[in-house]
Design a protein around this ligand. Structure first.
Ligand SMILES: [Zn+2]
Length: 218
């Protein structure tokens, strides 16, 4: 058996289409959001990924988009951990957790580091205030054993050209964990079809069991 986990960052409109694919194949997923960067009732439209205008979900539509999935703190406003005082960073992380607990009817012990940046002080501080894990952007061949849950590494980014080789190499460890941003699929139908097929293939593997990211560390 291989347990498979995935997570997606930044709370953008493409997550809605992503979530529909996951529902279709009964895949689990965690979405890491920045509530402080989003508007209550309107979609934000503040940056471009290559030629694609990325839209942020409105706060109002997030609960229905993410219904049935886990939501985790990615801080309120996406500061890098080495750029602001530790206490401010902790507040950013905890306020997002509280926002999620209040609006999504779920506990939110998970965390994803903005831009993957960690510091020893913020790692300790987030552990002290009860975060169960913090995902970095570092790739490792084996996610297990988790040496430091607040520096939880994944196997790969979802668009890694060697995705299936990495999956095969992760098999002996019993866990495969990948991550990404749904905006990287842009409005490129070929990319969406390819991704749909990827999730379908994982779900069709007889020994794959989808898990939430939190299950890796619990
Ligand atoms: Zn991010």
């Amino acid at each position: 058996m291989i347990r498979v986990a995935q997570c997606w960052d930044d709370g953008v409109l493409n997550d809605a289409r992503l979530a529909d694919i996951f529902r279709k194949y009964q895949a689990k997923a965690t979405f890491n959001i920045n509530p402080g960067l989003r508007e209550p009732n309107t979609r934000t439209n503040k940056w471009k990924y290559q030629d694609f205008e990325v839209q942020g979900l409105s706060l109002a539509e997030m609960p229905s988009v993410y219904k049935g999935f886990k939501v985790a703190s990615h801080t309120m406003r996406h500061p890098n951990a080495d750029k602001i005082p530790v206490a401010d960073f902790v507040r950013e992380a905890v306020d997002a957790r509280k926002y999620i607990e209040d609006h999504f009817q779920q506990e939110a012990p998970g965390f994803a580091w903005p831009c993957g940046v960690t510091t020893d002080d913020t790692v300790k501080a987030l552990s002290d205030c009860g975060f169960a894990y913090g995902r970095t952007t570092k790739n490792v061949e084996s996610v297990l054993p988790v040496a430091e849950p607040l520096r939880l590494h994944s196997n790969c980014h979802f668009l890694n050209p060697n995705f299936w080789d990495i999956f095969a190499k992760a098999r002996p460890s019993g866990v495969f964990y990948f991550w990404g941003h749904s905006y990287e699929l842009k409005n490129d139908e070929a990319k969406w079809a390819d991704f749909d097929a990827k999730i379908a293939r994982l779900s069709a593997e007889p020994d794959v069991q989808w898990i939430d990211v939190i299950d890796i560390v619990r």
